[in-house]
Design a protein around this ligand. Structure first.
Ligand SMILES: Cc1ncc(COP(=O)(O)O)c(C=O)c1O
Length: 403
């Protein structure tokens, strides 16, 4: 170990020894033998798509979150698109969402010809600020798309109250938040429609995949039709009824999730509770350790929610450091800690700047947070040694750059 001064250890980026020898990624799937066997069994079955595993997976997710209906999709993005269609949004309509999210949350509105209107986030939790949502409502507003950033549920009660007042539909982007709770209720049982993703870095994976859950039977029917080209029946129900005839009643897409993917999802779902428990344990270990590390703000969780901890984003207090976020980021990467940044605020992407004229400065809280955010590795298969490496590397880098 090379010591630069009494408290500064030479960083790997400057030629010191890295904290670990292999890169620890920021997120990663965990697939075991039972998962593999479930997929193999389905590959040997009569249905590779539009078969029984799809309904089984949908029923299992609906039961887990406490919703009446669940409709699966080929990705979280497809699920968001379908939810926006189902909410009836079209050209000339607006919906309010957060700038601090993955582009898909806003893009799904553009797919339908509707316009995203951004509302800034709260500085502590980085979830959408209901007061900013209220300020953004116009006669064209049809929906609100809050995001459960990092796994922390949005302020759903306040947002639903606003929706009631103005006759809006709430589509919760819970792609980070399967298993999170809002005032004792599971995410998925609160908003009008809730969208999940089963991308490999999520709590449960199907490779690619997504789901919309809702208590509204009409919504569920439209969602099912939309994911199947806009056709009113599916192949399995026609086969069971001995019918060939079908009709296309709306312009839909092929957004179906396959039986092999659903078989994997069903098997993965059995581990969801333990995955969530492990993520909560890792988050507690980080937060506890970072109490004594200056110049970083660990993520804040409100008392009335339970986060699903998809991400663990810290905010750097740059005024206490002699380095920028980029330098801290690169230093951690050199230590073999696979940090990431979530997110470039959506309105600052070149496409949004060019199309809507955003110049920066419109959403100061999200933009300020973006300059300071770093997501630390967070996934349920992390070992205690991995967690200790992240803590050690962060301590080392912060000690080096501390003013
Ligand atoms: C907040 C958010 N919304 C939507 C999506 C899109 O989900 P998918 O990758 O399954 O299309 C993601 C993906 O990570 C996301 O993080």
């Amino acid at each position: 170990m090379t010591i630069v001064s009494a408290e500064k250890e030479l960083l790997a980026i400057y030629g010191g020894e890295p904290t670990r020898t292999t890169l620890l990624s920021y997120g990663r799937h965990f697939v075991d033998e039972a998962d593999i066997q479930a997929v193999v069994d389905t590959l040997r079955s009569d249905w590779l798509t539009a078969g029984p595993k799809v309904a089984e997976f949908e029923e299992a997710i609906a039961a887990f979150v406490g919703a009446k209906y669940a409709v699966s999709f080929s990705s979280g993005t497809a699920a968001l698109h379908a939810a926006v269609y189902t909410a009836g949004l079209g050209p000339g309509d607006e919906a309010i969402t957060t700038p601090l999210t993955f582009a898909a949350t806003a893009n799904c509105l553009l797919y339908q010809g509707a316009r995203p209107i951004f509302a800034d986030v709260e500085p502590e939790t980085l979830i959408i600020d209901p007061a900013q949502v209220a300020a953004g409502v116009s006669p064209k507003t049809r929906a609100i798309l809050p995001v459960d950033y990092a796994g922390h549920p949005a302020r759903l009660d306040e947002i639903l109250q606003l929706a009631d007042r103005y006759g809006l539909i709430v589509i919760e982007d819970a792609c980070h938040a399967l298993g999170a709770e809002h005032r004792g209720r599971r995410v998925g049982s609160v908003a009008h429609m809730t969208v999940f993703s089963f991308h490999p870095v999520k709590h449960v994976t199907t490779g690619e995949g997504g789901m919309v859950v809702t208590d509204n039977a009409q919504f569920a029917e439209t969602l099912r039709c939309f994911r199947n080209h806009g056709i009113d029946t599916d192949a399995r129900s026609r086969q069971a009824a001995g019918r060939w005839h079908y009709e296309m009643v709306m312009l839909g897409f092929n957004y179906r999730l396959s039986d092999t993917a659903c078989a994997l999802g069903l098997q993965q779902l059995k581990k969801l509770e333990s995955n969530l428990a492990r993520r909560r344990q890792i988050a507690s270990a980080y937060t506890e350790a970072f109490r004594t590390v200056p110049a970083i703000q660990p993520p804040m969780v409100r008392d009335d929610v339970s986060s699903a901890w998809h991400l663990y984003p810290i905010q750097l207090e740059l005024n206490k450091l002699s380095a920028s976020r980029e330098q801290v980021f690169q230093a951690l990467r050199a230590e073999n800690i696979g940090v990431n940044v979530h997110y470039i605020p959506v309105h600052l992407h070149p496409y949004y700047r060019d199309r809507f004229g955003y110049k920066g400065g419109e959403y100061p809280v999200a933009e300020d947070a973006y300059q300071r955010l770093i997501s630390l590795p967070m996934f349920h298969a992390m070992t205690d040694a991995d967690v200790a490496d992240v803590i050690a590397a962060l301590r080392k880098v912060i000690a080096y750059f501390r003013e």
